[in-house]
Design a binder for this molecule. Structure first.
Ligand code: CO8
Length: 259
């Protein structure tokens, strides 16, 4: 897609595969990496030939958090002025196409929070999730206290955020923050297969669907139901709805045109 220093952005058919690429520091998420991610996401969002994104790391680490060396000596005025953790850091959460996090190894602090910004979290059997910020004298700053709590509930989130302990893939799946667990060797192929399944369906309908699900996290039940209904109604303005339903009635596979 484009050459970067700290991430690899590749095209695999309709799938954009983003790989964090700072293996020596367990993919610590430095500001330059976040800027590259922001650029890559803008390119992918604007490219009609790409419909799903997979974000991954390596076998040892998805990402072990924000880069502590960068933050260690920051003052309040520095992090406040730069709005560290703000919209630029949350770009993945506002990404409009379906996003899959394929997590192996450590997903800690900002790494866990990046995974939580995705729509689906696929975990390798060696994945470890945690919000260890309290052990280094700070708290989650990239949505962890909010998205994690919405994903797994107050009591489990407090357990993780107040102790900094790590949980394995099974505990994370039981808690509801992991969609599926796969063997480590199958992680990226399975994530791509899942992405291809989604990409084989209608891209605009997938965008409506993820916006509807996200409404559940953003608003009250009655407002969320209203948002869902409007998005459902909007699906009837697409050719893909006509094609999908016609194909069902004619007992043939649908040929979605992504319109
Ligand atoms: N930042 C910078 N460097 C890191 C980080 C990190 N988060 N994590 C690991 N590294 C570096 C280590 O310093 C080490 O470097 P070196 O070889 O030069 O000494 C290298 O990666 C390998 O790490 P370890 O030797 O520690 O590897 P281990 O296998 O012994 O341990 C752990 C792995 C348990 C993952 C350990 O590295 C660790 O605890 N890392 C830090 C985890 C952490 O506290 N993460 C939270 C960071 S704070 C955060 O994410 C806040 C997010 C919100 C901020 C908003 C936006 C910026």
């Amino acid at each position: 897609i484009q050459d970067f220093n700290h991430i690899i952005a590749e095209r695999q058919g309709a799938i954009a595969l983003i790989t964090f690429n700072r293996p020596k520091v367990l993919n610590a998420l430095c500001t330059a990496l976040i800027a590259e991610l922001e650029t890559a996401l803008a390119l992918i969002e604007a490219d009609d030939s790409l419909s799903v994104i997979v974000v991954t790391g390596n076998e040892k680490a998805f990402a072990a958090g924000a880069d502590i060396t960068e933050m260690a000596n920051s003052l309040f005025t520095d992090v406040f002025a730069a709005d560290i953790g703000g919209p630029r850091w949350q770009r993945l959460a506002n990404f409009r196409k379906p996003a899959i996090a394929a997590v192996a190894g450590y997903a800690l602090g900002g790494g866990c929070e990046i995974a939580l910004m995705c729509d689906i979290i696929l975990a390798a059997d060696n994945a470890k999730f945690g919000q260890p910020e309290i052990t280094i004298g700070t708290i989650p700053g990239w949505g962890g206290s909010q998205r994690l709590t919405r994903a797994i509930g107050k009591y489990k989130a407090m357990d993780l955020i107040l102790t900094g302990r790590q949980i394995n893939a099974e505990e994370a799946e039981r808690a509801g923050m992991v969609s599926r667990i796969v063997p480590l060797a199958d992680l990226v192929p399975e994530a791509l297969k899942l992405a291809e399944k989604i990409a084989s369906l209608s891209a605009p309908i997938a965008m409506l669907a993820r916006e509807a699900v996200d409404s559940a996290l953003e608003t009250t039940l009655s407002e969320g139901l209203k948002a869902e209904r409007r998005l459902f109604h909007a699906s009837f303005a697409t050719q893909d709805q006509k094609e999908g339903m016609a194909a069902f009635l004619e007992k043939r596979p649908p040929a979605f045109q992504n319109k």
